[in-house]
Design a protein. Structure first.
Lengths: 477, 399
């Protein structure tokens, strides 16, 4: 009985390769055997998903039916979904798949050639159809061309949002710049309409481009998650993810029942995770952020598999000061102490502790909204951020947020004025021991932003102190 | 009118008063009717034997024959001395009229018995000031109540309040903060008057605060252990706040509320009432502004309170909340630094955002931050969110 079976734990889309491959082979004017075929996907214990194996299965059948010589496919990788007409189509997760194929040439769909070429330079070959691949391998047609990375297209970048459009908000803009330069997590507390989202969305524009390693890592994750990859093949800008507070723990952290998919924190790895209305996220979801924040990776375990995914993101949180959003000095908040304490408690101590920068954002003065006084542009601030990042890199750090407490004395020495201010603040009980260390770390970034690697001065400490405000006014002892 | 004065209160009298306070449904007014100038001991025995209430006095409204019978059978079931022991075992002092430390000597409506958790000796120590107000207060109100509590305690004044959410809690918290820092004996302490039993802290949110108040000063109630806060107990409790205080301060109040009941009780006792003026658009200040219009004394800074108490400023000046001598950080001096002067001038309105400070003072963000953080390190200002609050120079000791 002629036919074809796929074994080795294929999922539905993979099993349907039976019909796709047969139609593709026939429409490519090649012959289909009249015997029964068994395709074994090995290792058989691992679940196979998706249509990415279509091309490899087709080439295997062409070899066993002696239409192609075995030598012609030796050491060759092949990725791509086949259409019924024999065309080669794009596959989700191609960058990660191509990365997993052993060294050697790999055939990929033409539309994804540039992405694969970026991670496997000189080895990616692109093709448009099964017939084209067959002709090249059998020597009947032209050999396949090496895929090349497209030049970086500036249009692929996130639209550079202009920081100069943010009116007023001197303190908040400064906090954003320091966050960008030092990689410090930033919490913004303020009523609706104060401009928290506007500020947060401008952070990516301040960050420098990803380097090649980061770029490949980010592109792999986005490819696996089926996110759009730019035509140049690589994501070069830090990602900015802003999941809604309705997002489930799995959507945020990653997971899933059939296949483990990266969550928002992995998609934000190398970039920014912005949680707007942080007080509205379920507490369990927020608490799940603590381990990835600590380790820079997320471990997801399921019954059938477990995975470790990158999660080195910069966390930007925004929330209201209380449920009614009006708790500011001089304003009439309608919430009682219990409601406010309960709201503030949604951010547990350990999670709040992760935020080196905590500011209150107030709606700007209406006069400033109309006024035309020029503010610093994204370009000017981004240049300072770049300088500061270079200084941090010279210390062997990716950014200052990673500065270890034991290195503080060596890498962030204090001037006598700075020491005196810090001690006076500590004596007054306004700062904890851990707080002192984090203030020094932030102050390091403040000094770096001025373009020098000198000791921490009093102004830097004062700025860092002001940016570590108690964001919630809750009565208690 | 007032409870019969007993030279040395007997154990039986004390036991009877404690037992009477345990009878459900008998509040201060009904108890007065039951006792009718008798001693508590005689009243309690009369209840047990069924001779009280006598037929001559007309029963107050709402008292039925069945209710009286329930009281009588409840009285028969009580062991008065055992009830007193139970409170002492729990660390609760039981005060009755005639005790040395009984604070309500000339009160028109004194409690029959007072349960004290903490130091009963503080209750007759004067001066004492009540700081009260609405539960639904503004942040500004909270901060004023807390600062007032701290500053009055630093000036050696005890601070009385009711442990409710909002203004009460903030006043206690400020007092606790100052009392913890001050040297023993030199500062005032917090005193809380609660409506329920001392083992039933309400609101639960203030449990930790309650324990601090008890350890530094006292938490008192006229209800025995195990009593829940029935609605009628709260207005009744307010008369005790007024009775313990030399001045009653209302920080924020709406047009109706418990704070205004305390004010009425204060007026009845001839205790001066002060109110903190607020915006005419703030609902939380509607009641206080009305009080001011009706003749309450305006409270614009802590010296106003001390003036009413006849305490001179010099006494205040001697109190040192903290000692800055160990710090080498530069003391901000407005005289020789124009930026410090500009910042303090801008802060004279009480609170200003950091952004406005930078805009108006003419300094850079970093320069202004240095000035502000130096001032904060010396307690001249404090930061809440991105707002800087002034601890007014006129006030004796800033936070």
């Amino acid at each position: 009985m002629p036919g074809m079976t796929i074994i080795g734990m294929p999922d539905a889309s993979c099993r349907e390769a039976t019909d796709r491959v047969r139609a593709a082979v026939l429409s490519s004017r090649l012959s289909w055997p009249s015997t029964k075929l068994t395709v074994n996907l090995s290792p058989s214990g691992v679940r196979k998903t998706g249509a990415g194996f279509d091309l490899a299965i087709a080439l295997g059948i062409l070899v066993v039916t002696e239409q192609l010589a075995p030598e012609s496919v030796r050491g060759l990788g092949a990725l791509g979904e086949l259409g019924l007409d024999g065309s080669l189509r794009a596959v989700t997760g191609i960058v990660a798949l191509a990365h997993a194929v052993p060294a050697g040439r790999v055939i990929v769909p033409d539309s994804q050639g540039s992405s694969v070429a970026a991670v496997r330079p000189g080895e990616a070959i692109s093709a448009r159809s099964l017939r084209e691949v067959f002709d090249a391998l059998s020597g009947e047609g032209a050999p396949l061309a090496l895929a090349s990375t497209n030049p970086h297209d500036p249009l692929d970048d996130d639209p550079r949002l202009e920081l100069g459009e943010v009116r007023g908000q001197m303190l908040a803009r400064r906090a954003l710049e320091i966050a960008a330069a030092g990689g410090h997590h930033l919490l913004m507390v303020g009523p609706a309409g104060a401009g928290k989202s506007m500020l947060a969305s401008r952070l990516p524009s301040l960050l420098p481009d990803l380097d090649l390693d980061e770029s490949v890592a980010v592109t792999k994750v986005h490819s696996v998650a089926g996110q759009r990859i730019p035509d140049s093949g690589l994501l070069r800008r830090p990602p900015f993810r802003a999941p809604h507070h309705g997002a489930s723990a799995v959507a945020l952290i990653g997971g899933g029942s059939q296949t483990i998919r990266p969550g928002e924190i992995s998609l934000a790895s190398g970039g920014v995770l912005f949680l707007d209305e942080m007080g509205e996220f379920p507490v369990a979801v927020l608490e799940a952020l603590r381990q990835p924040l600590e380790e820079g990776v997320v471990r997801v375990a399921r019954a059938h598999a477990s995975a470790v995914m990158p999660a080195r993101f910069q966390l930007i949180g925004a929330m209201n000061p209380c449920p009614c959003g009006e708790a500011r000095p001089g304003h009439s908040c309608r919430c009682n102490d219990v409601a406010r304490a309960r709201y503030a408690r949604r951010l547990s101590g350990p999670l709040l502790d992760r935020f080196d920068l905590r500011i209150e954002v107030e709606p700007p003065d209406p006069q400033l909204l109309i006024g035309t006084s020029p503010h610093e542009t994204t370009e000017v601030v981004a240049r300072r951020v770049m300088t500061a990042r270079e200084i941090a890199r010279a210390r062997g750090l990716r950014c200052n947020a990673e500065l270890a407490a034991r290195d503080l004395d060596a890498m962030a020495p204090l001037t006598s004025d700075a020491r005196a201010l810090l001690e006076a603040t500590l004596l007054r009980g306004l700062l904890s021991g851990r707080g002192v260390r984090r203030v020094r770390t932030v102050a390091r970034t403040v000094v770096d932003l001025s373009g020098c690697d000198g000791p921490i001065d009093e102004a830097a400490i004062a700025t860092a102190l002001a940016l570590r405000a108690t964001p919630f006014s809750v009565v208690g002892v | 009118m007032s409870a019969p004065f007993v030279e040395r209160p007997s154990d039986n009298e004390r036991g009877a008063r404690v037992a009477l306070s345990h009878i459900e449904g008998v509040g201060p007014a009904r108890l007065r009717w039951l006792m009718a100038e008798r001693s508590a001991e005689a009243t309690f025995e009369g209840l047990r034997s069924g001779t009280i209430p006598a037929d001559d006095g007309a029963a107050p409204r709402g008292v039925s024959v069945a209710a009286v019978q329930a009281w009588q059978s409840a009285a028969r079931a009580f062991d008065p001395i055992g009830l007193v022991e139970r409170h002492r075992d729990a660390g609760i002092e039981v005060l009755i009229p005639g005790d040395d430390r009984w604070p309500f000597v000339d009160d028109p409506e004194p409690p029959s018995v007072l349960y004290v958790w903490g130091d009963p000796g503080r209750l007759r120590a004067r001066p004492a000031v009540a700081i009260i107000g609405t539960r639904r207060c503004t942040d500004l109100g909270r901060s004023i109540a807390s600062d007032l509590g701290a500053d009055l305690a630093a000036a050696g004044v005890d601070v009385v309040s009711g442990l409710a959410l909002g203004i009460d809690g903030a006043a206690h918290a400020g007092t606790v903060r100052a009392a913890q820092r001050g040297s023993v004996g030199a500062h005032g302490v917090p005193i809380a008057v609660v409506a329920n039993g001392l083992d039933r802290v309400s609101p639960r949110f203030h449990r930790a605060l309650t324990e601090r108040v008890a350890s530094l000063g006292a938490v008192i109630s006229e209800a025995p252990l195990g009593t829940n806060g029935d609605r009628w107990r709260f207005p009744a409790r307010n008369r005790l706040i007024a009775g313990l205080s030399d001045v009653v301060i209302v920080v924020e109040s709406r047009t109706k509320g418990g704070a205004l009941i305390t004010v009425d009780e204060a007026i009845e006792r001839g205790v001066p009432v002060m109110a903190v003026p607020g915006s005419i658009r703030s609902a939380s200040s509607a009641g206080t502004n009305r009080l001011l219009a009706e003749g309450a004394i305006p409270l614009c800074n802590v010296d106003d309170v001390l003036a009413v108490l006849n305490l001179t400023g010099s006494m205040v000046g001697q109190q040192q909340l903290h000692d800055d001598s160990g710090s080498t950080s530069k003391v901000p001096d407005a005289r020789d630094d124009p930026l410090t002067r500009a910042v303090l001038a801008e802060l004279s309105t009480g609170s200003v955002s950091i952004d406005s400070l930078v805009r108006v003072s003419g300094g850079s963000l970093a320069e202004v931050m240095v000035v502000v953080q130096r001032l904060a390190a010396h307690g001249r200002v404090s930061q809440v969110g991105s707002t800087i609050l002034l601890a007014a120079e006129a006030w004796p000791q800033p936070r």
